[in-house]
Every structure is written in C-alpha cells, then in structure tokens.
Write a protein that binds this ligand. Structure first.
Ligand code: SF4
Ligand code: SF4
Ligand code: SF4
Length: 318
C-alpha cells in the first residue's frame, strides 16, 4: 500500500492507493452522489449517480469502483456529468410514484435529496410506472415495491449475515424486483425482522412500521445508542420529540454487527415510555406477544420468582 496524490475539483488529496475516487473525494470534503454505494457493502455500481470525468479518459467513470492513481485529475460536477446524473434521476422519477408528500421516507430519502440537488422533477409521461406492491404483513416493516430503485443494498446487507439471505432479485429488465424468500410476503418468508434492509434502503421502499405515524425525520431529535442485549452492541437510533423518546429504529448494520429483533425490542423497552406491543413470528405468521416471551426471558423470570420465593421462605430462619 502506498500514498498517491491526485486532484479532485481543484483540491489536492493525498490518500492510500487502495481508496476509490469516491472515498478520496470524501477526504477533501467533496460529496459525490451515490444511491447504491454503502461503505459496509460490496460495490455494486448499479445506479451510475457517482459518475465523474477523469482527465485522459473519454468515458465517464463510476467513482465508487475506480481506484485512485498518482497524478489523477478528477472533475465531479462538469456539465456532462451533471447532464448524465439528471437523465438517471429523471428515469427513476418517471417510474416512481409522485408520493413525497405522504411518504414516510421524505426528509431522509436520497432520491428526493438528489432530485432537489439537480433540479429534476416528477413529470407526466406515457411510459410505464412500477406497479404498486404494498406488503403490510409485517408489524415491523412496510414494503412498497413501487418505490424500489433496485440499488441492491437490501439484498447485500441481508446476505452479510450467514443464516439470513432472505432477499434476492427476481425477473429481468423492467420487471426486475427484489423478493422476500421464494417470492413470499414478509410474514411468510424466513425474514427475522432485524431491519438491516430497512436501515440501508435509500428510499421509501422499505420503512420501519413502528416509526411510522410517530414522528417525521425533520422533527426528530436523535441519539445513537448501543444495544445491551449481547456483546455485538449494535446501534439503534432513539428518536425523540420535545425530549420525549417516541421511537427506536435500527442503525449501522455491518458484517460485524448483525442487528436483531431482540436487540431492537430490548432497546425500545429501555428507552420508550410506551412502546407498541411486541410481535413474534410463529411458523409463517406474526402474533402479538408479551415482552417476556418476545425477549425470551420467560424462564429467567420464572427462576427469579422461584429464587425470591425461596429467599422469603428462608427469611427469619437462623
Ligand atoms: S421514496 Fe423518496 S422520492 Fe419516493 S416518494 Fe418517498 S420521499 Fe419521495
Ligand atoms: S429484516 Fe433482516 S432478515 Fe428480514 S429481509 Fe431485512 S435484512 Fe433480511
Ligand atoms: S428495496 Fe430499497 S434497498 Fe432494496 S433494492 Fe429497493 S431501493 Fe434498494
């Protein structure tokens, strides 16, 4: 590994030769837009939002998958780059519901952010729009396939945990879509409701159902907390309004931190005054349950009761 010097939008970056142009740009404060890139996931290079011009190359290059080189000169916002990004965004919006006003993801949606940044709007057209496929079967996840931009992040993050791998792509071309299990509902699929996929989805295709109707992103005071349910210490975001915690959402899924439902429910119980009732999946359906069963501590509680009972029985005895 060695250090290379390159120029990005006139700024000099001195970085490891193992970094990509996108990562190097970040070190000098330049934010290259990307919908499918996530530093914890494999490089997919599907969205083509991160294209840049590199002097000496006639083709536009994807910054997420191009390694830096000594003396490289990169331009991230040229007229050509911006024109191509606008085309990409327009294509995505053309097959996307015009739903930002009521979408739970509004305010933290990358597609919305980039459409604003590059001044691209929804428009009337005669072409196809992705069909709506709402899946409301899970008490933890709401899925709206018409908003999916096929970035692949959910598929990759779910596959990082060896016993999951619930998500995959089905069909081809315009019909391509992400499916749960063998094209089942969330409830019927082997999904364990860890919400890793929800945490990485850049749009409103997968949203946290327990956060919906509680708070909008722009009014939330947020605090990142570590889960205490096991040694992984996965991260969750506690969202508060007027300093009163109202919801907990999963954050930061990585290879090392699996995220799990038990951790999320434990964090809800710890921070929320009035958490929604927990649900657990039995075979292929969700059922409302009690907190001790959801957190799998029924046996522990019974043991504590037994111990406390035997301590009381022994009280006064010498
Ligand atoms: S996913 Fe984003 S762009 Fe689509 S409706 Fe929701 S906020 Fe708007
Ligand atoms: S909630 Fe977890 S297990 Fe279910 S599909 Fe998403 S990442 Fe996979
Ligand atoms: S559901 Fe979300 S994360 Fe998954 S491919 Fe669609 S947009 Fe990407």
């Amino acid at each position: 590994m060695s250090t290379v010097k390159l120029t990005i939008d006139g700024k000099t970056a001195e970085v490891s030769n193992q970094l990509t142009v996108l990562q190097a740009a970040k070190t000098v404060g330049i934010d290259i837009p990307a919908l499918c890139y996530d530093e914890t996931l494999e490089i997919f290079g599907a969205c083509r939002m991160c294209i840049v011009e590199i002097e000496g190359s006639s083709k536009l290059q994807t910054a997420c998958s191009t390694l830096v080189k000594e003396g490289m000169v990169v331009h991230t916002e040229t007229e050509r780059v911006v024109w191509n990004r606008k085309q990409t965004l327009q294509m995505l919006l053309d097959s996307h519901p015009n739903d930002c006003l009521t979408c739970h993801k509004a305010g933290e949606c990358l597609l919305q952010d980039y459409a604003y940044r590059y001044d691209v709007n929804f428009r009337k057209h005669d072409g196809e729009i992705r069909p709506q496929l709402l899946d409301t079967t899970s008490p933890y996840i709401l899925r709206d396939n018409s908003k999916c931009i096929l970035c692949g992040k959910c598929v990759m993050t779910c596959a990082q945990v060896s016993d999951r791998q619930v998500l995959s792509f089905a069909e081809r071309g315009y019909e391509t879509r992400v499916i749960f299990g063998a094209d089942e509902s969330i409830e019927e699929s082997p999904c364990v409701s860890c919400n890793r996929c929800v945490a990485v989805c850049p749009v409103g295709a997968l949203v946290d159902k327990r956060d919906m109707d509680k708070i909008r992103s722009w009014e939330a005071e947020t605090k990142i907390v570590g889960c205490k349910a096991c040694e992984y210490g996965c991260e969750f975001e506690v969202r508060s309004r007027n300093r009163k915690p109202v919801s907990v959402v999963a954050k930061a899924p990585t290879n090392g931190r699996p995220l799990c439902l038990k951790g999320r429910l434990t964090t809800e119980l710890k921070y929320l005054d009035n958490p929604d009732a927990p649900y657990r999946k039995l075979d292929k359906s969700f059922e409302k349950t009690t907190w001790d069963k959801a957190l799998q501590i029924t046996e522990l509680l019974e043991k504590i009761e037994r111990l406390e009972g035997s301590n009381k029985d022994g009280e006064g005895e010498e």
